[in-house]
Design a protein around this ligand. Sequence first.
Ligand code: F3S
Length: 282
Amino acid sequence: MLEVIVSPITGFCFGVKRAMRLIDEGLGDGGRTIYSIGDVIHNSQAVEALKSRGVKPVSSMEELSEGDTLIIRAHGVMPDLIDEALNRGIELIDTTCPFVQKSQKYVREMAEEDRKVIIIGDSRHPEVRAISGQSGPDPVILSTLEEAKAVSGIERAGVVIQTTFSREKAMKIIGQLETNIPDLRVHDTICQATVLRREATLDLARNVDMVLVVGGKGSSNTKRLFQMCVDEGITSRFIETADEIDPSWFKDGDRIGLTTGTSTPDWVLEEVLARLREISAR
Ligand code: F3S
């Protein structure tokens, strides 16, 4: 028998729930195709489910025609893309998470005040790329203490942080930037939903034999949950679906903790639970 304990915070976060609701409204009663550039969220199962309902990912705006409808994903997009869509008569369903919109607003304000914009985050992440598009010329994007130490010659700057970035790491980086930059404004834009989820996962992980982290392999917040459990020295597995579970991972009497990223649908977690019940009953 296995004992399975589910974290009190799982499934879609506020921003992803809101995005899904707006997409649902956009799809209406069905029979309609709406488009997204790239995946709407970082979860293949959710993306596939949306495809079957009429959400078609495309690689560029060129594939769209006047009158088509384009979803702006929860991470946001570069402002140029929105301008181009509107100029071409493309309708928008803007699902940019309000927390990401807030970061974008701070960045625009700081750029208007001629503050050098510094973004703490992963330069390849769509949210960071979208924010950088609001920041005036050449924002500084960094994610390590070493990169912060190398910052020099800036008198006046402002900081925003990728919503899913580690607070502990961000605070160390900000401490360093404060020693290098005389006039530094800091906007703490880390999303509380991800902080609470991490805390709940850590509490859970400390009381089980193994943690299964369920979510998209491309989802940064899911990767962070997994890495956090590994760093705590807890046996951890990162899975996308129930099919990946190997019964040989467990021994009789194990306590298994389950947690998910913010873009993991509830039904994927239910399938994982069902699979664990089946293994436990053997
Ligand atoms: Fe928004 Fe936070 Fe989710 S920024 S998309 S509520 S993880």
